[in-house]
Design a protein around this ligand. Structure first.
Ligand code: ACO
Length: 438
């Protein structure tokens, strides 16, 4: 067992196969928190069965000591620290250090980390030509997938995953370069010049600079906007084994290089059931239009024959308030107040929609609460960020989570290539009839 591996509980679970009378016993392993897991690795050898769990509803895919969620209580911890305290006391780069290294940095460690990240923000100059291959109206998430994956063609000195130093450099590069990649994706869509990173700026400020600055005039970074951006980045930094993180881990389990794995994670994040929900929430609020239409949309969301879902509502793990949604809602009010936006119809609509849904038996009985995406789009809009860039912001923030989880997986002595089994329901073996006889 590795040092941080889950501990045996001295308890077992015995499964009896009623058809054969055969019995097999499997160990229960307990983590620091959360329900224990049944170690079924020998299930097939002992009883000749696989398990069936589409969507991994009850399957632990790995062991991890990075992030913990208690979905019933609405608790989110990174390396043991509650998200609320991290948001209050730390900036995004401190949280990056924590996720990557397991501890919060002291001032010297922070200074060194900040300097390393700052010195990796520039993109290889030739990547500019790579961007020019995209259509101007390409969705920025399409550009993100392409450019993040293309980094493996530019940074050969950090793709040897068996070398810990190369793994570390790749991790720093990903965290440092994602805001530049994202800023350039936005600039490309506008037809404006790419902005180079500015080393004297902090992480969030620099990102804003590359999004909104231009070479012709001074861009004053609003400290309120920069603080809100930093907080949003923290709130999205990691979320244990969600779809995109599991995608990164699965891609990486074959030994693929980290840049390619992060590109796969970005692709998974793009979907509206995952990170694409923040864009979908704003589109939904615009479609609903005003409060008088809410009932109609609630009815649609409840209709099993209608594919419409209330975007920004529901979560696989949270069966209570998503703690990030609470902070996001509070941040939303603060940002609008501080920016002097007193009348934001979409926010009023969102508050009313949330109130009605939370009183509706359908949502109450299914424990569907607002998730992190419900309010983030409204803040992004107030910060002047266009809708198509919403999920890109999520990708920039989540990169540290992806790369920390990827690193943890590579360093896990129990790591194996991910290879799920299946329940085959296709044709039994049959003969091929030549085309002339079909
Ligand atoms: N609107 C209406 N009904 C919903 C919603 C919703 N947003 N979410 C779940 N339900 C219903 C389902 O129809 C189902 O009802 P049923 O039991 O009568 O069939 C029940 O609640 C359970 O839903 P599942 O789809 O089984 O839950 P699952 O855990 O698979 O899905 C998910 C979770 C994908 C997040 C889902 O709630 C959803 O689609 N939400 C909207 C999209 C969204 O906001 N995604 C962001 C997730 S957070 C993130 O990635 C940052």
């Amino acid at each position: 067992m590795s040092q941080d591996q889950g501990q045996g509980t001295n308890k077992n679970v015995t499964i009896t196969d009623n058809s054969t009378g055969k019995q097999a016993t499997f160990p229960l392993i307990a983590g620091t928190d959360g329900p224990p897991v049944i170690d079924i690795r020998k299930l097939h050898a002992e009883l000749g069965y696989f398990t069936y769990d589409p969507g991994f509803i009850a399957t632990g895919s790995c062991e991890s000591d990075i992030t913990f969620i208690d979905g019933d209580q609405g608790i989110l911890l990174h390396r043991g620290y509650p998200i609320e305290q991290l948001v209050e006391h730390c900036n995004f780069l401190e949280v990056c250090y924590l996720l990557l290294n397991g501890q919060l940095p002291n001032p010297e460690e922070f200074q060194e980390f900040e300097s390393v990240i700052t010195n990796h923000t520039l993109l290889h100059e030739q990547l500019q030509y790579f961007y020019r291959g995209f259509r101007r109206d390409a969705h920025p998430m399409a550009i993100m997938c392409g450019v993040a994956g293309a980094l493996s063609a530019f940074y050969h000195d950090s793709t040897d995953i068996s070398d810990p130093q190369q793994r570390l450099i790749a991790s720093h590069r990903m965290i440092a370069k994602m805001p530049t990649i994202a800023g350039w994706a936005y600039k490309y869509s506008l037809g404006q010049p790419f902005m180079y990173p500015k080393n004297e700026l902090g992480y969030a400020e620099n990102f804003l600079w590359m999004l909104f600055g231009n070479p012709c005039e001074n861009y004053e970074i609003n400290p309120i906007v920069a603080k809100a951006m930093d907080r949003i980045l923290i709130l999205h930094a990691d979320h244990e084994q969600n779809a995109s993180t599991s995608t990164v881990r699965l891609s990486g389990s074959s030994g693929a290089n980290p840049f390619a794995c992060i590109s796969a994670g970005i692709a998974s994040l793009w979907g509206p059931a995952h990170g694409g929900a923040n864009e979908a929430v704003l589109n939904m609020l615009r479609e609903i239009g005003n409060k008088s239409n809410i009932d109609e949309y609630i009815k649609k969301a409840k209709d099993p024959n209608d594919p419409f879902r209330l975007m920004g509502f529901g979560h696989r793990v949270y069966k209570n308030f998503d703690p990030r949604a609470k902070i996001m809602q509070q941040t939303c009010h603060e940002v609008l107040n501080e920016l002097g936006i007193t009348d934001e119809p979409l926010l009023e609509l969102a508050i009313e929609l949330e109130r009605i849904a939370l009183e509706d038996e359908y949502f109450v009985s299914r424990k569907l609460y607002p998730n992190v995406d419900f309010y983030s789009g409204i803040i992004f809009q107030a910060l002047g960020i266009p809708t198509t860039m919403f999920t890109v912001l999520f990708a920039v923030a989540r990169t540290v989570g992806w790369i920390s989880q990827w690193k943890e997986m590579i360093e896990d002595p129990n790591q194996k290539i991910g290879r799920p089994r299946q329940l085959y329901t296709g044709q039994a073996p049959r003969f091929v009839t030549p085309i002339s006889e079909r």
